[in-house]
Design a binder for this molecule. Structure first.
Ligand code: FAD
Length: 444
């Protein structure tokens, strides 16, 4: 009998265990994607652009045989299955709070078969000896490496005999892949992901361990956008990694699995403090707080590394990891604003915006998360800038007002600031004390 392969966050044909499983069933396979307004509307133009271009590329790799429909998957997927006479719908498992609810409902109407997931090791698999989930990264990492993972699955476009959606009648209306006016500055698609990965392995991987914290150097892999939509699978990356980069890179990929696991264990942590003690911490709101928030969003806080990061985010739809931590710390500990305001702004602009990595990256920085950076450790934006952007090149790239300031002086601006560059909106030393005072008030 025919089967349906329902694509979600796995927009590729290589290393695709669910494709292998669907093809093994023996019948012809219909490739399906459902444009779900519940996910598209909050995604922001950058992520919609990535999704649409990834779909166009997948459709091309399938010689135009990707069926794209629009609507609520809970009704659309069963209709498609009925229209092709499929006995089963195959998919990679989704572990986010929304995806789990959706899949439970779809599973009540069709035989939904999961094989693989977007993760190296799926959430829920790595536990302590007594079956409890880990709350701290390092022991999770140890256990994750002991657990191990499968080799990449050997799949491609020719793994299945694909059904032409033009031959299917009676299902939901087929739509063409939409497009966004806004284009993110990245090559999108499965082939493009593999090329970008190969460039990283050949040219930059050997320096990754030493240089990954340097936003002024293009030293990281920029795989996050491809991983987000499954244009590449982390196991493909792990199988390729050799030499000096292997350990530090594996560790970062494990962070991605760890945060997905934490969110799976605690779906409430997408919106609420993981550490409930912080529900009582004093946060600022009102008109002045809104003005500070706007200055942060627009990159005019008067702290050069913070402003550079926020301008990179809005202009490039990506930000270096070290700078994500610096700007997040600044929002929470210098401006005393709730982390979820910043997290929401990130999700609107990041092309790799991902609920698990983003919310937990924020909670970690805010000190409200798992093995959080302790709340009392407050990043100093000036010394962070001097340490990780030692010649000031990153700041000058993103803050044109400061291009006339040479070298690392661009961080402290001790000899004065150009007229068109703002004064600091807050005094870091003072706000640090204030953050510590507020924290002391909630500490048992
Ligand atoms: P590389 O250094 O090349 O790392 C390789 C891969 O490892 C990344 O692509 C990513 O999948 C994973 N990884 C690396 N660091 C982390 C981390 N700290 N947590 C989880 N996974 C990691 N990452 C996202 O993918 N989406 C987000 O929405 C997101 N929001 C973040 C928000 C904050 C406040 C912070 C501090 C971090 C956030 N991260 C997020 C993690 C990290 O910043 C990005 O994954 C990384 O900068 C992507 O660039 P890269 O692919 O060049 O990274």
């Amino acid at each position: 009998a025919p089967t349906v392969l329902w694509f979600r966050r796995d927009l590729r044909l290589g290393d695709h265990p669910a494709l292998a499983h669907a093809a093994e069933a023996g019948g012809d396979v219909l490739a399906l994607f459902v444009l779900d307004p519940a996910l598209l509307n909050p995604a922001g133009a950058a992520r919609r652009d990535v999704l649409y271009r990834a779909l166009a590329s997948l459709d091309e790799a399938l010689d135009g045989r990707l069926l794209v429909v629009k609507g609520d998957p809970v009704t659309a997927v069963p209709k498609v299955a009925t229209a092709v006479g499929a006995e089963a719908v195959h998919a990679s498992e989704d572990f986010g709070p929304y995806g789990r609810r959706r899949d439970e409902q779809v599973g009540e109407r069709v035989d939904l078969v999961f094989t693989g997931s977007p993760y190296t090791v799926s959430p829920g698999r790595i536990t302590k000896d007594d079956g409890d989930p880990f709350k701290v990264f390092t022991p999770f990492y140890r256990r994750w490496q002991e657990h191990g993972w499968r080799d990449p699955a050997d799949t491609s476009a020719s793994s299945a005999s694909w059904i032409d959606p033009g031959d299917v009648s009676g299902g939901p209306r087929r739509v063409t892949v939409p497009s966004e006016k806004h284009h993110v500055d990245a090559e999108i698609g499965e082939k493009e992901a593999l090329t970008a990965w190969k460039d990283f392995v050949d040219d930059r991987a050997s320096g990754y361990g030493d240089e990954r914290n340097r936003p002024d150097l293009d030293s990281t892999s920029r795989m996050s956008v491809y991983l987000k939509y499954g244009m590449i699978h982390p196991r493909t990356l792990l199988a390729d990694l050799k030499g000096k980069a292997a350990e530090p890179y594996r560790r970062e990929l494990c962070f991605r699995d760890f945060y997905a696991d934490v969110l799976y264990q605690r779906p409430d942590s997408a919106r609420e403090n993981y550490d409930k003690r912080f529900d009582r911490i004093e946060l600022d709101s009102g008109k002045h707080a809104d003005e500070l928030f706007d200055a942060w969003c627009e990159g005019r806080t008067g702290y050069p590394i913070v402003d550079a990061g926020m301008r990179q985010l809005v202009s490039e739809n990506w930000m270096h990891n070290r700078v994500r931590m610096i700007v997040a710390s600044f929002l929470v500990k210098d401006l005393h604003l709730p982390w979820w305001r910043g997290a929401r702004f990130f999700l609107q602009h990041l092309m790799d915006g991902d609920i698990a990595s983003n919310q937990h990256g924020w909670q970690w920085t805010a000190g409200t998360g798992t093995d959080a950076s302790p709340y009392f450790r407050v990043f100093n934006p000036t010394t962070q800038g001097e340490k990780f952007d030692p010649q000031g090149d990153y700041v000058r790239r993103w803050v044109p007002e400061l291009r006339g300031v040479e070298g690392k002086a661009v961080h402290a601006l001790k000899d004065g600031r150009p007229e068109d560059y703002p004064e600091p909106i807050v005094d870091h030393k003072h706000e640090r004390e204030e953050a510590l005072r507020r924290f002391a008030a909630i500490k048992e």
